[in-house]
Design a protein around this ligand. Structure first.
Ligand code: OGA
Ligand code: MN
Length: 281
């Protein structure tokens, strides 16, 4: 029997986990394996009103894998990164505006890192209006293709770039800004990710710029159409935040975005990222 009480939130993505508290999550040898399995099965796990403190959040995440420390220094607890548009709390806040567009984290790493395995977000302060986080399954997106599409799309490769992500929210960058974006290497990924588990998912979202060997406009139209289908209203779980909620997503098989919220909103989320160990192939 599973150690967790789980209720599905939609047919394709998201489940609520009941009956856990921060002590149970942070205890060594506790629920890590069960949470990873539930994440594989549901894509997104919601812990309403968990009220886990930052240090306990990091301790819990260690049971899921190695923690990303590359963005440390914005918060006193190592392994915690504040997600907020408030530049007083995060000096890199401007880049976070790209979170308003559907994406998969980590498709354009600096080195040869794999996309993150899982991301944990806890709400310190939700937005007054908007600011829900929306999720759609990239596995379900693949599964819903016709047999003909599965065949046709299975061999396509897509170039991802930071520039593509950023242009969607900043279409007319200053030359210095553009140069900063372009200093990040672009990455070519297959459109269809063949996972070690045997499952397949579509690698789509803000960073996906163009399809290799295809007319630019036609390739972009294809990527946009696939993204629209993957994120159609009936396929999305939208999390409306209350302070103290914690949500985890499987970044390998889930697309996500923030619903719009005001640029001067006090919205603040604390993120911990679990590093991935599975290349996109
Ligand atoms: C992220 C992200 C969405 C949100 O932290 O990677 O996309 O709702 N966040 O803040
Ligand atoms: Mn993100």
């Amino acid at each position: 029997m599973s150690l967790l009480t789980i209720n599905k939130l939609t047919a394709s993505v998201g489940a609520e986990v009941r009956d856990v508290d921060p002590d149970r999550l942070a205890a060594d040898g506790g629920l890590g394996a069960a949470v990873l399995q539930a994440l594989e099965d549901n894509g997104v796990l919601v812990f309403r009103g968990l009220r886990i403190d930052p240090a306990a959040q990091v301790a819990f995440c260690r049971q899921l894998g190695d923690i990303d420390h590359s963005a440390d220094g914005h918060h006193p607890v190592a392994g915690i990164y504040p997600v907020t548009l408030d530049t007083a709390k995060n000096s890199a806040a401007a880049y976070l505006r790209a979170t308003f567009v559907w994406h998969i984290d980590g498709c354009t790493p600096l080195g040869d890192e794999c996309p993150q395995k899982a991301t944990v977000l806890s709400a310190v302060r939700p937005a007054e209006r908007g600011g829900e986080t929306e999720f759609a399954s990239a596995y379900a997106a693949y599964d819903a293709l016709s047999d003909d599409e599965k065949l046709r799309l299975g061999s396509l490769r897509v170039v991802h770039s930071l520039e593509a992500s950023q242009r969607r929210v900043t279409p007319d960058p200053a030359p210095e800004e553009l140069a900063r974006w372009r200093s990040r290497p672009t990455r070519e990924h297959p459109l269809v990710w063949n996972h070690r588990s045997g499952r397949k998912s579509l690698v789509l979202g803000a960073s996906a710029d163009y399809v290799v060997g295809m007319d630019r406009d036609a390739g972009r139209a294809l990527l946009a159409e696939l993204l629209d289908r993957a994120t159609a209203a009936g396929k999305v779980y939208s999390h409306s935040w209350t302070a103290g909620d914690t949500v985890i997503w499987d970044n390998r098989g889930v697309l996500h975005r923030a619903a719009p919220y005001a640029a001067d909103s006090p919205r603040e989320m604390l993120r911990t990222t679990v590093l991935g160990d599975e290349p996109i192939r």
